[in-house]
Write a protein that binds this ligand. Sequence first.
Ligand code: ADP
Ligand code: MG
Length: 232
Amino acid sequence: MNISELIKKKLESNQTVLTEFESKNLLKEIGIPIPEQELAISKEETVSIAKRIGFPVVLKLMAEDIVHKSDSGAVKLNIKNEEETTKAYDELMKIPSQNEKSISVQKMASEPITELIIGMTTDAQFGPALMFGIGGILVELLEDVSFRIAPITEYDAREQIHEIKGFPILDGYRGKPKADIDAIVNVLLKISDLVTEHEEINEMDLNPVFIYEKGLICVDARIILKKPEKKD
Ligand code: ADP
Ligand code: MG
């Protein structure tokens, strides 16, 4: 299914929030790397998908009313074998939810140089604004983020990355390897294109994106569509 069709289908069923699974599939469509992922609805299926993807895997409980997954205990990281898979599955299924539950089985991504946050919010006056920051306390406590109004150029993207105070963390701080800045530029440009082409998108949150010396991978994402204006 292409992106326009996916957005149309969601809005027709009166839904504006894409699940993590749907959001990451959409990112994959536009060439942003994500860990291999598949949905399961039973214990047997969870185990067989985990084995096919290959350990270590991550299990996450997907349900409409679970938004901050780790706060609800809905993320089980670094599952190394079949026994741990069934144990994690049982624990996830005990988490209360009013909605339909499924399990997202995904490949465990390796330790990054740092986590990034890349997002988009719609400004009432200026339209889509792209946000960039380094994850964790830098974003939460210090609000060390930079913004640009879309569409952006490659120059804008590079400037946006360089202007955060935490930039040295990406530039080989304390002997750590230098992060792949080109890969970040690429993601910012792809999101800029996406939101320029699809005005139905109201909000995007890639949190976190794992950045490496070579490449990056988005391990969690949330896309929210605009409520369609009522036609009389
Ligand atoms: P939340 O809804 O709480 O934001 P996330 O899906 O972001 O849940 O998972 C919480 C944390 O677990 C992430 O910030 C990341 O550090 C880690 N994580 C999530 N998915 C993966 C993955 N596939 N591989 C490695 N680490 C992951
Ligand atoms: Mg997250």
